[in-house]
Design a protein around this ligand. Structure first.
Ligand SMILES: [Zn+2]
Length: 224
């Protein structure tokens, strides 16, 4: 049973990597994906392997301290592993973490445009509020510190001048949140090109938050 779970998760990580890579969110070997394998173990993508060619057997198993437990001996886990571990330590409900470099989302952080403001109803339902961290040097412990205060209350976090992370109850859910984030950011970029986008009213926002509570964190429009 456990073995089957690991095989399934490895396949899901590879599928997510291909999906995000096809959308241009994992340029070069950027970005990384992890999934919770057990209480003390996670599966995580290796460093310096382009996600387009990632194979299920290349995904590594580490403990929550980041020590490699199983995997190809010459491989190292992603340098952003501390960020993933921070999420799993803080959130027992986190089953998967996706980190990518979605271009429009990052562009907004360069201009100081916040995604905290409610713009699109479906994005509010799916993502909730999306905070932006202060700038942190990629691949250093600074990233882990930058996301630390936001993890408990948010599933999607923008990393200034760098990328984003999405937390989900499955690999697919975390991946979908990343895609919805980038779609929202792209829409916002278009709106800024054309004029000045208006946020949702407080009244409409309250109605949406009620819907979000009723349906959980999954948008009711998912099937459409
Ligand atoms: Zn990154």
């Amino acid at each position: 049973m456990e073995e089957w779970k690991e095989i399934t998760l490895r396949r899901q990580i590879v599928a997510a990597a291909r999906r995000l890579d096809a959308l241009g969110m994992l340029p070069g070997s950027a970005g990384n994906i992890s999934a919770r394998l057990g209480e003390e173990l996670i599966l995580v993508t290796p460093s310096a392997v382009p996600k387009a060619s990632l194979q299920p057997e290349e995904v590594l198993v580490t403990d929550l301290e980041g020590k490699v437990v199983r995997g190809i001996r010459s491989y190292r886990p992603t340098s952003e592993l501390p960020m993933h571990l921070e999420v799993y330590r803080q959130r027992a409900d986190a089953m998967a973490v996706v980190h990518a470099h979605p271009a429009a989302s990052v562009a907004l952080t360069l201009l100081g445009v916040s995604l905290q403001e409610p713009i699109l109803p479906e994005a509010v339902l799916m993502l909730g509020e999306v905070p932006t961290t202060h700038y942190a040097t990629p691949s250093t412990p600074e990233n882990q510190e930058a996301i630390r205060p936001w993890i408990k209350q948010h599933d999607v976090i923008l990393l200034a001048r760098h990328g984003a992370i999405a937390i989900g109850s499955t690999v697919e859910e975390a991946t979908t949140k990343m895609i919805v984030l980038e779609h929202t950011a792209q829409t916002l970029v278009w709106a800024h090109i054309l004029g000045k986008p208006t946020p949702l009213s407080q009244e409409e926002m309250e109605k949406l938050l009620q819907v979000r509570q009723t349906y959980g964190k999954t948008a009711p429009g998912d099937e459409k």
